[in-house]
Every structure is written in C-alpha cells, then in structure tokens.
Design a protein around this ligand. Structure first.
Ligand SMILES: Nc1ncnc2c1ncn2[C@@H]1O[C@H](COP(=O)(O)OP(=O)(O)OP(=O)(O)O)[C@@H](O)[C@H]1O
Length: 290
C-alpha cells in the first residue's frame, strides 16, 4: 500500500493555495490525477519524488517511509525508487538509446534489465540511435524505458503523451499499459484527456484547487448523472458554429470528429476546449465490422 498525505502552501495566480491531499494507492494499479491547470498535480509529483519539500506530510511506499515531517524523516530524491516521465523527453542528447538506459542503472545493478526493456518496449532497431534521430513517440518510449530501469516502487507519468498525435498517443498508451502490467507497477498518471483516463486507469482522482474532490472508477466519475445514454463517448469541443437559429458543435473523439446540433441554451456554458460527453439514448447504435 502506498499512502501519501501532504500539505504545501503554493502560490497560484490568484494568490495562496493550500495543496492538501491524503490518498492511498493500491499496489499494481494505475491511478490518474485529473484536474485543471494549476490545480496542483505536478506539485504532488514533485513532492513524491523529493524535488519539492512539503510543509507537512507523510509518504509511505511499500512499508518504507520516504517522508515524515513529524519524525523529521526526509529521503533524498536519489534514495527514492521513483520513475518519472514528463511531457518533454529529457534524454541525454550525446548518448545513444542504449547508453541512455545504461546511464540510469544503479551502481552494481544487473545490466540485463536494459535488454529486457529494449525487448518489451520494442527499441531493438533504435538502440544505437541518438535522440535527435528519433521521433517524439520514439523518444517517449525511451523515456519510459529509462524510468523503468531501476524498477521503481512508483511510476509517475506527467502528461507523457500530450505532445503526440492521436495515433502515436494510442500506441504509447498500449506500451505504458504493457509495462505497467508486466512489471506489476503502481503508476500515477496525470492526464487531461478523458478518453485516455478511461482507457488507462483503474481509478481516477479529481483534483480542484489543491484538494481531491472525487475519486473512483473513471466511467462512474465522468458519467454525468443527467445522462443515461445507451452509448456515450468523451471528447473535446473544437468548434462551435452558428447556423441560422441552431449551433453545430464539433467534437473530437480520439481522432474522429463528430458534429452535434445544439440549441442556444445548450451551448451557453460550452467553450472550445471543454471536455464533454457525447451520448445518445434515442436509438440503438449499430455495429459494423471494419
Ligand atoms: N515551488 C512552488 N512554490 C510555490 N508555488 C508553486 C511552486 N510550484 C508551483 N507552484 C504554483 O502552484 C500551482 C500549482 O502548480 P502545479 O504545477 O502543481 O499545477 P498542475 O495542476 O500540475 O498544472 P498543469 O496542468 O498546468 O501542469 C501553480 O499556480 C504554480 O504556480
């Protein structure tokens, strides 16, 4: 069991904000932190990895105490078995893929993990290339492999896929899930994409202004109570167009665009970039094999 209970005063745009979270993570599960920009998600990651000091708190990971401000226990970042992947790739540019992975090994650690990871994450053909000769998705696969080299007690993924196109993103999601399952990892993911959250997570925690306001199964959390559609998808509004007296709202769902007709009162709270659920309860959807 992983228990994280931390408090930290942060300076948000509107003034001081207290980050105050207390949650447990079940080992072997993938949990997502979902919330608006500035809600405190990255700060939680930085506190867990020891890059930011909490004002007060307790972090216990697999019976080990990483932080206990009352007992004055504070493990240094390098003493914490944490794997971190950020949106930006942060690979060493002068090293090949394999050298980047070797560099992440602990002193005296068995090197065979590097070959295992190269096989699982299918980096065999790329292992002798330097990062400048890799695509964004390939770099992110290397970053994922590198985060895994020390077999972390917790894997922290901070929007690792948000710079990638939808197709590449879907592929990388599969790699992450594969690694997460094969290594029986406890993974904490930050994502702004409801589709990604639903596909990837066992549990989602909604964070608002430094506090966790909801947590549970992603489908339950994101299913709007007012909707009881026979089918529903989550997407993001990319366009709202007025046509005579109605509006055409264009929503992107994964890589597909869906146009929905809406009345003026329905769109008054909707803006481009909003995450929405597209649902229907009027008819039974038909499946075509493709
Ligand atoms: N070391 C710090 N000291 C004080 N305030 C900080 C510190 N680091 C970040 N903040 C502030 O805390 C707030 C939360 O930042 P954080 O990066 O955790 O948000 P986030 O939810 O990850 O946002 P995003 O989705 O944009 O990455 C921001 O307003 C930020 O300016």
């Amino acid at each position: 069991m992983i228990h994280i209970a931390v408090q930290k005063k942060l300076t948000a745009v509107e003034g001081e904000m207290l980050l105050d979270v207390d949650f447990t993570l079940e080992e072997g599960k993938l949990t997502t932190l979902y919330g608006e920009s500035g809600a405190g998600k990255t700060s939680i990651f930085r506190i867990i990895s020891g890059l930011l000091k909490a004002d007060k708190g307790l972090i216990t990971i697999k019976q080990k105490t990483w932080l206990d401000t009352e007992q004055k226990i504070y493990l240094k970042p390098q003493q914490r078995k944490v794997g971190l992947v950020f949106q930006e790739y942060a690979l060493f540019p002068n090293m090949t893929v394999k050298e980047n992975l070797f560099f992440a090994l602990e002193k005296g650690q068995d090197k065979k993990i590097v070959d295992e990871l190269i096989a699982i994450i299918e980096l065999g053909n790329l292992q002798n290339r330097k990062p400048q000769h890799l695509s964004g998705g390939q770099k992110q696969r290397v970053a994922l492999a590198r985060a895994m080299v020390r077999k972390p007690d917790i894997l922290l993924l901070d929007e690792p896929l948000s710079a990638l196109d939808p197709k590449m993103r879907a592929k990388l999601q599969d790699y992450i899930l594969e690694v997460h399952r094969q290594f029986k990892l406890t993974t904490l993911l930050i994502s702004h994409d409801i589709g990604e959250v639903v596909k990837m997570s066992d549990c989602v925690m909604i964070i608002e202004n430094g506090m966790i306001t909801k947590q549970g199964n992603p489908i339950d959390i994101f299913t709007n109570q007012r909707v009881s559609g026979k089918f529903q998808f989550s997407g993001e509004i990319v366009q709202i167009q007025k046509e005579d007296v109605i509006y055409i709202v264009t929503i992107i769902i994964d890589a597909n665009f869906v146009k929905v007709i809406a009345q003026e009162d329905e769109i008054k709270d909707l803006n481009i970039g909003d995450k929405v659920i597209v649902a229907s309860k009027a008819f039974n959807p038909i499946l075509y094999k493709i």
